[in-house]
Write a protein that binds this ligand. Structure first.
Ligand code: NAP
Length: 226
């Protein structure tokens, strides 16, 4: 399958690498895929020149990645995630499943991060993404686990859940099937329409805290019902 990834950080690199290894045709997008940008050090991720060497993957612009993908992943810095998607182009996202992994986190005061105020009150980044791109089929998913767990559910031992939210029931099924087949996920919690993105983004302060006190990103949540 043709897949576009918007974002060349640790998440975009991990998702793209796994999907390439699984035999998919993946294009990874950044703002300016020049030689200098590819060689640049990236926080918590490889320089993309090393990623290309290790995966055989292709780095293109946001717009080229979005145009290429039958499914598109959005994995950029939360504060500018909608700007990144505007660069990707609404016309390149029209009718496509857009998997929104980005979290609206504010690290300006260090760890733990807070939620960005513009997404913290009766809205969320997922909802604003769906509003900004009404013809894309936005599904909020994977944003509540580490990049390593996104692409390999067994990174976290035991039984645990992936939260999903979005308006389009078929799009959510597509994401569930992809998560199951490509990344080994077994258990899903469908939080309903895209307003459910609010709940997953609000989980982040808890998830980061669990990581900090436990000293490991091998942590996730399991829903238990009576
Ligand atoms: N790291 C994790 O384990 C994890 C887990 C769950 C969710 N998330 C979420 O996943 C998202 C991606 O995280 P990440 O660590 O891979 O990457 P990141 O460092 O948060 O974001 C990197 C991407 O953001 C783009 N970007 C930065 N400033 C921009 C701007 N002004 N306009 C447009 N694009 C801009 C960069 O473009 P260039 O490449 O052109 O510089 C780059 O592709 C984040 O929202 C994060 O909260 C991360």
């Amino acid at each position: 399958m043709k897949i576009g990834i918007i974002g060349g950080g640790g998440v975009g690199q991990a998702i793209a690498a796994k999907l390439i290894a699984n035999g998919h045709d993946v294009h990874l997008g950044i703002r300016n895929p020049s030689k200098e940008e590819l060689a640049k050090d990236r926080m918590m991720a490889k320089p993309l020149i090393d990623w290309v060497r290790d995966t055989g993957g292709k780095v293109v612009t946001f717009a080229e990645a979005a145009k290429h993908g039958e499914i598109v992943f959005a994995a950029t810095n939360g504060a500018t995630a909608i700007d990144a998607l505007k660069l990707a182009g609404a016309e390149n996202l029209k009718g496509k499943v857009l998997i929104d992994i980005s979290n609206p986190l504010d690290f300006s005061k260090g760890m733990p991060p807070a939620l960005l105020p513009q997404y913290d009150h009766f809205t969320s980044l997922g909802e604003e993404t769906q509003k900004a791109f009404p013809e894309a089929r936005v599904v909020k998913a994977f944003n509540t686990v580490s990049a390593s767990a996104m692409v390999d559910a067994s990174f976290v031992p035991g039984d645990h859940d992936l939260f999903i939210a979005g308006n389009d029931v078929e799009a959510k099924k597509t994401v569930e099937n992809l998560a199951r087949k490509e990344f080994g996920w077994k258990s899903f919690v469908d939080l309903g329409d895209i307003v459910g993105a609010r709940a997953t983004e609000h989980l982040l302060p808890l998830w980061v805290r669990l990581w900090m006190i436990g000293g490991t990103p091998k942590v996730n949540i399991k829903l238990v019902k009576g």
